[in-house]
Design a protein around this ligand. Structure first.
Ligand code: SF4
Ligand code: SF4
Length: 344
């Protein structure tokens, strides 16, 4: 669940889900297909699914079978928030034309994360609680090289009629030039189809040595630059608590509220991705994920002197017990599966 989408009502609902043994967030790799070959893509990494198989080797579904299996998974997991990732989700835009309205009808907050390599169906702009997040990694010279065929030219055409969230993952290449981030923000701030701008920092795997990886100085310099630019660019969402979470990420997946509150499935809709959506062995102390930073910021918030993260950890323990009880109860003696079912 990304921080900008969270309000007090959603937090209380999420807490209710956790206490009854469900994770409030669900992330699904809807397809294993993608026409892009981005350097540093974690989804196609050898260890993303634990090493025995890669995403390209996994099954995926199409047509009615995908729609029915996807919705069955959602109905089993009972999330408040669904992130649809890939591969490239727009490869399955026909199926999404059925899935997205079905999620909206269930009142589920949905985020679709896309490269905008093909047109985003204009009817999606009418769907409630849908956030379209477009990955745009830098200015045209760098982005088009990294993410062709999802070039700036195509993106600008394909987002027409929408209000998108621009999501930029900053890599080493982008911090080398002075004023780079400022130029990027100025471009997307001026675009009428941009509603919000998010900045993630490239998250490496443990021990990764790559040209994408940011150094500690890069990270510090970037956070200083974001703080400097924030007053100028109203669409940039980067509150202090989030920047502090980038500066001091969780030590491990066990300390990460995002990892603990999100169930991630790959394209066969059965295989779980652990310990978080990155899979493999993500380097938590160098995490730069915007969703993780958003939830870490909330967890560090103090309520009557107690960090919300402590309430979360205790609630997760209660939820695990309730979940175990549910599994041992007979179908004739079920526990209420979510607070709304008790109220009805
Ligand atoms: S668009 Fe996403 S899934 Fe496809 S190669 Fe790029 S990073 Fe990987
Ligand atoms: S890499 Fe980031 S999102 Fe994943 S578990 Fe670690 S801190 Fe959480």
């Amino acid at each position: 669940m990304s921080a900008p989408a969270i309000g007090a009502r959603e937090l209380i609902q999420a807490w209710g889900r956790i206490l009854t043994g469900y994770r409030p967030n669900l992330s699904i790799e809807i397809t294993k297909e993608c026409p892009l070959r981005c350097p540093g893509c974690y989804a196609y990494g050898d260890d993303h699914l634990g090493g025995a198989i890669t995403l390209r080797g996994l099954a995926d579904y199409k047509g009615h079978e995908l729609v029915s299996r996807f919705m069955a998974l959602v109905d089993r997991q009972k999330p408040l928030h669904v992130s649809i990732v890939g591969g490239e989700p727009l490869v399955r835009y026909r199926e999404l034309n059925e899935i997205l309205p079905a999620l909206a009808a269930r009142g589920i907050y949905t985020q679709i994360i896309t490269s905008a390599v093909r047109p985003i169906p204009v009817e999606w702009s009418e769907l409630r609680r849908l956030q379209i997040v477009v990955s745009i990694d830098g200015l045209p010279a760098e982005h088009d090289e990294r993410r062709k065929p999802a070039t700036y030219e195509r993106i600008l055409k394909h987002i027409e009629g929408h209000q998108i969230t621009v999501h930029c993952t900053v890599t080493r290449q982008q911090v080398r030039r002075e004023k780079y981030l400022e130029e990027f923000l100025a471009f997307w701030q001026a675009n009428a189809n941009t509603r919000l701008i998010w900045i993630s920092l490239y998250t490496p795997q443990v021990g990764e040595l790559s040209i994408e990886r940011l150094t500690a100085d890069d990270r510090d310099g970037l956070l200083t630059e974001i703080r400097r630019l924030r007053p100028t660019f109203s669409k940039l969402h980067a509150p202090d608590a989030m920047l502090q979470a980038y500066a001091e990420p969780p030590d491990s997946p066990a300390d990460c509220v995002f990892a603990q509150s999100t169930e991630c499935f790959s394209s066969d809709l059965e295989r779980r991705i652990t310990p978080c959506q990155f899979g493999g062995k993500p380097d938590c102390v160098n995490c730069g994920c915007v969703a993780s930073a958003g939830l870490t910021a909330i967890a560090r918030h103090r309520l009557s002197g107690v960090p919300l993260g402590q309430v979360f950890t205790a609630s997760m323990a209660v939820g695990r017990t309730v979940s175990r009880m549910r599994q041992t109860l007979t179908p004739a003696d079920p526990l209420p599966s979510r607070p709304s079912e008790r109220a009805q």
